[in-house]
Write a protein that binds this ligand. Sequence first.
Ligand SMILES: [Zn+2]
Length: 295
Amino acid sequence: MAGKATQTPQVTSGLPKTDKPRGHYDIYAILEAPQELYFGDEKEVNVNVIEKVRVKIEGKEYEKCYISPTKRRGVERRCLLWSDAGGSLLMDKLSCGIPDTCCKETCPVCGVFGGLEAGQKTFIGRLTHSGGVSVEVQIALEKQRAMHPALIYKEKENNPMPYRKEYAQPGLLYPVSNHCLSITEDEFNTAAYAFLMSLNRLGAGNPKGVSLARGKWGEQEGPLLVVDAYRAPMGQRPIVSAAITSNEKAIACFTDLAGRVTETEGAVFSRSTGDAALEKLQRAAAAFEAMHLQA
Ligand SMILES: [Zn+2]
C-alpha cells in the first residue's frame, strides 16, 4: 500500500459526549394481568385477534399469549412524552413526538429510546425490550362487543358494526426485561420512569394495566423484580424459559436465577431484587421528574 494515502474512516456513535460515567442497566420483571387484556395483532373479518406465539414443548406445539416488545416500547415512550412538565406536556416542552422524534442532543427521550430525523441524523436507541411470552397456556377468549370503539363517538352512525374481540385471560404471568446499553445514571432515570409509568397503561383499548407479580424472596414476599447495574455482566440472568407452563415453576426459576450472583455490590456488578429493586426504580423515576418535569 506504499505511496497510497490512507484515510482513517470517521466512525463515531453520534451520541452526545458526557463526563458522567456510563454503565449498563437491566430490568427483569414478571408482569401479571389482573384482568383480561387485549394486545392487538390484526383484524380478521370483524374479529380483533390478540398477538400469540407458538411454542413447542416436549414435541407438542402450544399457543401462548404475547406482549410484543414494540408495544411495550411504544407505551413507555408515550408515557414519557405525555407526562406533565409543569403546565405543558413533555412533548410540547421538548417539541418531540411520535413519529416526529426531535433528535436533539438534550432530549432525554431520544437520547435513550433513539430517534430518526429524516436525512439528518439517527440516534441509536440504547434501550431494548424483550417480548413477554405468557407462562400458562390458555386459550384466548373471544367476546362479542356491540360496536367498534373507534365508531362509538362517530356521529350519525346508523349501523353499528358488531364485532368480536379476543382477550388474553386474567391471571397470566408475562416475564419481561428491559436492557440499557452504555447509558448514564441520568439516562437510566428516564428508562426507570418509563418502565414504571407503562405498567398501568399496557394493553390496547380497555381494560389496561398490569401489575408486578409477587413472590417469595427468601422469607419475605415482594415484587418479582430485579434491577442490575454493571460494567461487566455477572451472575445468572433471571430469564424464564418459554417452555415453562406453570406459574409456580416460573416464579421459582426467576427467584432462583436472581439469587445466583456472587458479586452483588460494587462497580463491576450490582443487583437489587424485590422491594429494593422497586425502590431503586422509584428513586430513579423521582430523579427524572425533578430533572425534566419541572416548568
Ligand atoms: Zn426527542
